[in-house]
Design a protein around this ligand. Structure first.
Ligand SMILES: Nc1ncnc2c1ncn2[C@@H]1O[C@H](COP(=O)(O)OP(=O)(O)OP(=O)(O)O)[C@@H](O)[C@H]1O
Ligand SMILES: [Mg+2]
Length: 292
């Protein structure tokens, strides 16, 4: 999504927000933990609403995404998960509500504003260019130059390899392999590594394991856990409760555009998540609080 951009330029529309540390892009530097009071989530949404014509896709949604934690965003088809993700990613503008980044109010008016904050979204299929190799994909639109004319292929290879290895992505045979020849899980891994390399602070993954087999799902789930270990905030959209309970520290459930439950994973069991997803409530009494 942010792949066509010429680096994380400071977004003029982001009120009071600094760009990611050192806009002079240092691949891998995003892996340092963010310094911020532990209580303040990296991203805080309050009362976010969005409608499309007569459809109220989001209704006064609150959401916290803390650093170093994986938050699973759950909900049935049409619950508003992708819409919420696109709102955070700057693709949709909310009709109402407030967004806070490290405690400061921001306005994310477009994907460039999101990228300038360090927000990257990984989509299953759209993220990569099939005909390009891994290095070319990871630097697409943000190529390193050796001079005005020549690309610095060695530096790009080194940084791509370093980022992949820091994430323990070891199954790729060659980083000069065209992305078309990768497995689904490897593609997903490259897309995540690309997001991590560009100073990202928050990575959102929309259904990262939906099309993957068992081994590939394992690889992507391990990768998601590694992202949070590197101090990033991670949001994962998933219909798969096995995945959710394996990787998520927190669970947030949308039902018909409303956030009906949001709490630590330990506050839920599988049935209660299913209850919230399908009915908007749960009688099991282990629930997280609805926020509105
Ligand atoms: N661009 C749009 N125009 C009109 N309606 C939209 C648009 N985007 C989303 N919606 C509506 O908003 C609601 C939420 O859609 P959204 O795509 O966010 O659901 P979702 O939770 O991601 O579902 P799924 O699990 O099927 O991907 C749906 O009723 C959908 O029809
Ligand atoms: Mg969706």
């Amino acid at each position: 999504m942010a792949s066509g951009m010429a680096g994380p330029a400071r977004g003029p529309g982001v009120a009071g927000a600094a760009g990611p540390a050192g806009s002079g892009i240092a691949p891998g530097s995003s892996l340092a933990p963010a310094s911020m009071p532990a209580t303040e989530p990296l991203l805080r949404l309050r009362g976010i609403s969005k409608h499309f014509g007569a459809v109220q896709a989001l209704y006064k949604v609150d959401l916290d995404l803390p650093v170093g934690q994986v938050t699973a965003l759950c909900g049935d088809n049409g619950a508003g998960k992708s819409c919420l993700t696109k709102t955070i990613a700057g693709i949709y503008q909310p009709d109402g509500g407030e967004i806070f980044w490290e405690g400061r109010q921001v306005h994310i008016r477009n994907p460039k504003d999101a990228a300038s904050l360090g927000i990257e979204t990984v989509y299953q299929d759209l993220a990569l260019a099939d005909n390009l190799d891994i290095v070319q994909n990871m630097f697409l639109g943000r190529e390193r130059k050796r001079s005005r004319v020549f690309l610095d292929e060695d530096a790009m290879e080194r940084d791509a390899a370093r980022t992949l290895s820091s994430l323990h992505v070891t199954t790729v045979r060659s980083i000069r392999q065209p992305v078309a020849t990768l497995s689904g899980g490897q593609r997903q891994a490259v897309a995540v590594a690309k997001a991590v390399m560009w100073n990202s602070r928050l990575v959102m993954l929309d259904e990262p394991t939906a099309a993957l087999g068992v081994a590939q799902t394992r690889m992507v789930l391990d990768l998601v856990k590694r992202l949070k270990d590197h101090g990033l905030a991670v949001m994962v959209i998933s219909h798969n409760l096995n995945d959710v309970f394996e990787v998520a520290d927190r669970i947030a459930v949308l039902h018909l555009g409303r956030m009906v439950a949001q709490d630590a994973t330990t506050a839920f069991d599988r049935q209660s998540v299913v209850d919230y997803m399908t009915t908007g409530g749960s009688s099991r009494g282990v629930a997280g609080q609805g926020r509105d």
